[in-house]
Design a protein around this ligand. Structure first.
Ligand code: ADP
Length: 491
């Protein structure tokens, strides 16, 4: 057994985590010898350097995945299941180390990082359970003269591309079903947060995943590495989580060789509070829907629509709760809100708030960037946001709640749906008819009804419209990695 990383109390978690590419079961340098820096967003300082893959390294990784595919597809489902189960247990047993590593490279407070470790582990457990429940079918066809045999087979070598905001969970949410289905894969993590993915790869190897089944290629040249792989004809599936803008580029690249895509893209979540809502529940839900991960989540509430009769009270209570949060480095005890991912991310939030204020919004709390190092932005509540403000039409990806008022249910459903995105919506009401009516009418893949949290490994996560294609997690999550084969057999 290898030791992944040392305990936080006794050493530096960063120094012992693997920092090379993982190809065909071996830790290797990039062929050109490049490395990329990994920054701590709480200080802006470099934590370490990691091998920086180029196109040729991507090709090596795909070759390893292709070479391992046939044998891996023949592996007994129970064997694949037990690898995931062991990985689940190892991940949980290393919660503190993994959480600390994630906090250092990504910024989220340790308590949230621990929550993400549990969430990531849960995907491994869920798909260890699904691995042995893949069912085909058999039927006599309506004409009575033919039989239909349905097989389920792995789609083949997959390319998995993950974002920086949930560096461990997004990897586990893709690796889990791919392993369960019998696919091999190449994982390209976000350049800001490669350490969590490398740690996860080491854990899966320790859990018994055969060489070549999972290959990991961090790179600062995503386009240069990914495009030839999608156009090369050997990758059969792409599972991508990231921005809609990049998703569109990748869909176009998938078209050439008809690579099967799953896309978890951006969101512009409406958070609707009706006049009959329980305000305590609504404020608590708003805190989760807005502040989980400092607002750096595609599920983050982006537009708060509050019925005029309760808007002032909701805004005041939310501002009080937001203003009480402690901002600081995620590694420090008692911190609620860590830094944003980088200077660019924070700069975008600053611009969006300035634009909203220029259009007439009132800042109830926050709105001023603190002095000092790191990419911190304070929890901010804006009331009286005007319809033509930029932040209503783009993902804020930061701790800023933009509040608008409404009078009429029909109107607000239309306004909520007036966006190209459709990932998630949040609805707060105590009227059951209204709850179901609005849930049905919202053009989204998920609804939080009197709750600010929808993510769960046992539920199908995903969006409609330009928020994506396909679902991750739930009973259907594994389907994205399986093909049907129909065999016709005459009676
Ligand atoms: P964000 O803006 O939140 O970083 P991105 O969509 O840019 O979201 O990034 C999500 C993932 O997509 C990351 O792993 C990133 O490296 C990758 N990525 C970005 N641009 C490309 C591209 N042109 N081709 C392939 N992957 C890309």
């Amino acid at each position: 057994m290898t030791t992944l990383i040392t305990l936080p109390d006794t050493g530096d978690v960063v120094s012992t985590v693997p920092k090379r590419l993982f190809i065909a079961g071996a830790w290797v340098d990039a062929l050109a010898g490049d490395t990329l820096p990994v920054e701590d967003p709480a200080t802006g300082e470099v934590l370490c350097h990691v091998a920086d893959g180029r196109a040729e390294d991507g090709q090596r990784a795909v070759a390893a995945a292709v070479a391992a595919q046939a044998e891996w597809a023949r592996t007994a489902p129970r064997a694949r299941s037990e690898i995931l189960r062991r990985a689940y247990e190892i991940v949980l047993s290393r919660t503190d180390e993994l959480a600390r590593l994630m906090t250092l490279e990504m910024g989220k407070p340790l308590a949230e990082a621990r929550g993400e470790v549990a969430y990531a582990a849960e995907f491994l457990r869920w798909f260890s359970e699904e691995a042995v429940r893949v069912e085909g079918g058999f039927a006599t066809l309506p004409d009575g003269r033919n039989r239909m045999l349905l097989m389920r087979q792995p789609v083949g070598p997959c390319l998995l591309i993950t974002p920086w905001n949930f560096p461990l969970a997004m990897g586990a949410r893709k690796i889990g079903p791919a392993v369960a289905a019998g696919c091999t894969m190449v994982l390209k993590p976000a350049p800001q947060t490669p350490l969590s993915s490398l740690a996860l790869a080491e854990i899966l190897a320790e859990a018994g995943l055969p060489a070549g089944v999972l290959n990991v290629v961090p790179t600062s040249r995503a386009g240069e590495v990914v495009e030839p792989l999608l156009r090369g004809g050997q990758i059969r599936k792409l599972s991508f989580t990231g921005s809609t803008q990049v998703g569109r580029i990748l869909l176009a690249q998938c078209a050439e060789k008809v690579v099967r895509p799953s896309m978890e893209l951006g969101g512009n979540a409406p958070f609707i509070v009706f006049d009959d809502a329980d305000l305590d529940t609504a404020v608590a839900g708003a805190m989760v829907a807005k502040m989980r991960n400092m607002g750096e989540a595609c599920t983050a509430a982006n537009r708060f629509f509050v019925h005029r009769s309760v808007a002032d009270e909701f805004a005041a209570r939310l501002a009080e709760r937001m203003g009480a949060l402690v901002v600081g480095p995620g590694t420090q005890p008692g911190v609620d809100v860590g830094p944003l991912i980088d200077r660019t991310g924070r700069g975008k939030v600053e611009e969006l708030v300035a634009d909203a204020v220029a259009h007439g919004a009132r800042v109830l709390v926050g709105g001023v960037v603190p002095d000092g190092p790191g990419y911190f932005y304070p929890p901010t509540v804006l009331a009286g946001v005007a319809d033509d403000s930029q932040l209503l039409r783009t993902e804020i990806f930061g701790p800023v709640a933009a509040i608008l008022t409404f009078d009429d249910e029909d109107d607000i459903v239309s306004v909520a749906n007036d966006t190209e995105w459709g990932l998630v919506g949040y609805v707060f009401t105590r009227d059951l008819d209204r709850a179901l009516r609005v849930s049905e009418r919202l053009e989204v893949g998920m609804v939080g009804l009197n709750t600010g949290l929808v993510s769960n490994p046992a539920a199908p996560f995903g969006g409609v419209k330009q928020s994506g294609l396909g679902r991750e997690g739930g009973r259907v999550g594994i389907d994205e990695f399986l093909e049907y084969k129909y065999v016709a057999v005459p009676v």
